[in-house]
Design a protein around this ligand. Structure first.
Ligand SMILES: Cc1ncc(C[n+]2csc(CCOP(=O)(O)OP(=O)(O)O)c2C)c(N)n1
Length: 328
């Protein structure tokens, strides 16, 4: 698919929607917790790992996929979920623990699950890779179309599961794209202190996979690289490790003061950069770009309203959907 103005306006819209979602959730997270930190207080229970800075990854990769394709994401799933078209009202309700949430309020923000768009996420690092490989294998055995994409962080690429799954993907030539989002940090551990290679895409040759690297955090470049990886997978040429240099602007989780990040390593916000690029290329005027951003905020405000107006789950339902059958 060519990189049309329409597609690029769509990237901007998706990135604005994702940023608006995260900004709204950050505000809700702090509600009721300030000025004194009170664990569990406020409308958003549990921890929150936001995607601010990684929006181009979700926008660029998801635009290269079809509805039949399957996605797993990790503990930082919002930018991918928004780009995939996960139901925003029910996603907001899930974060607020409400009964109308995607998992009836039991999953929380790390466990976004929307089978309508083949999307799942898990807080267990690198776990989604095995699920993605399994889904790709299942589709092959069922002779149904569809490739799988696993989104992980660069820290997860040092996990055993990463290497085990890559080995099987390479051996069986499974149609799996592993998107490694390199934001330099795994909580407070720097990539340079923990990873033997500069680029995780270089690890692909050890597993008979293709490797690609994009260093710009720009959805145009990410989309084109993702398209190549998806085309290889669809053509039966096997998997790709696609490493994308991205950013983490909001800390690992909300309480993270990020004192471990040296001042000179400040990360760059990709949204203003892409806005300027689209204006320079004549794809959008400044007014149009800002109108899209304002629409995105309004859409997310409606999702938050929906979530806040939704009922809490009944205590009697706490054990429902936990086991396949009723517990004895
Ligand atoms: C199997 C497992 N080990 C440890 C953790 C705790 N943990 C949560 S996030 C995280 C770091 C993840 O870093 P990275 O994969 O780079 O993703 P990022 O947070 O930078 O997006 C760790 C160690 C976990 N959730 N699962």
């Amino acid at each position: 698919m060519p990189l049309t103005p329409e597609l690029r306006r769509g990237f901007w819209r998706t990135m604005c929607l994702s940023r608006a979602f995260d900004d709204a959730m950050i505000a809700l997270y702090w509600e009721g917790k300030l000025p004194i930190f009170q664990f569990g207080a406020g409308p958003l229970p549990g921890e929150l790992h936001c995607s601010n800075g990684a929006e181009p990854v979700g926008a660029g990769v998801c635009a290269a996929l079809g509805p039949e394709d399957m996605i797993t994401a990790d503990h930082r799933p919002h930018h991918v979920a928004v780009a995939r078209g996960v139901d925003l009202d029910r996603m907001a309700a899930e974060l607020l623990g409400r009964r109308t949430g995607l998992s009836q309020g039991k999953g929380g923000h790390m466990h976004i699950y929307d089978p309508a768009v083949n999307f799942a996420s898990s807080g267990i690092i690198a776990e989604g890779m095995a699920v993605a490989a399994g889904m790709a294998l299942a589709r092959r055995l069922q002779k149904r179309p569809g490739i799988a994409v696993a989104f992980i962080g660069e820290g997860a690429a040092n996990q055993g599961a990463f290497h085990e799954v890559c080995n099987m993907v390479g051996l069986w030539k499974l149609p799996v794209v592993v998107v490694v989002q390199d934001n330099e940090w795994a909580v407070s551990t720097g990539k340079r202190e923990s990873t033997a290679v500069e680029r995780n895409s270089d690890r692909a040759s050890a597993y008979a996979m293709a490797g690609e690297w994009v260093g710009t955090n720009d959805p145009d470049d990410i989309f084109l690289a993702a398209e190549r990886a998806v085309a290889r997978a669809r053509a039966g040429e096997g998997g790709t490790i696609l490493e994308l240099r991205t950013a983490r602007l909001a800390g690992h989780f909300m309480g993270d003061q990020q004192a471990y990040i040296p001042a000179q390593m400040k990360q760059v916000d990709p949204l203003p950069l892409y806005r300027e690029k689209l204006i320079r290329d004549g794809v959008l005027s400044a007014e149009e770009a800002d109108a899209i951003a304002a629409e995105a905020k309004a859409r997310i405000a409606r999702a938050v309203e929906f979530a806040k107006a939704s009922p809490w789950p009944e205590p009697a339902e706490a054990m429902a959907h936990v086991f396949a059958g009723e517990p004895a």
